[in-house]
Design a protein around this ligand. Structure first.
Ligand SMILES: [Zn+2]
Ligand SMILES: [Zn+2]
Length: 87
């Protein structure tokens, strides 16, 4: 009876640990896909401003004038190189 209890406990901890590891891996993969503002805040390419430092994340392209994410070095509309960009 005690042995059964221990086995169940071991099984449950194994499952919990596996689940935690899986979550950790998902978290790391998600962080990789994200961009970071200059202040270190993880930001989405879709956001207009950084929620941490209010830095504008979208600017008009110097060449075609259309809005583009500051995170992107190359304008997705005209392909020009802005010379800056974080990703
Ligand atoms: Zn920021
Ligand atoms: Zn452009």
């Amino acid at each position: 009876m005690v042995l059964l209890f221990l086995l169940t406990l071991a099984g449950v901890s194994y499952l919990i640990l596996g689940e935690m590891e899986k979550r950790e891996q998902t978290r790391l993969a998600g962080a990789d896909a994200q961009c970071r503002c200059g202040c270190g805040q993880a930001v989405s390419r879709d956001w207009l401003v950084c929620p941490s430092c209010a830095q504008l994340l979208r600017v008009s392209c110097a060449f075609c004038g259309r809005l583009k994410a500051r995170l992107l070095r190359y304008c997705p509309h005209c392909g020009s190189d802005s010379g800056e960009g974080w990703a």
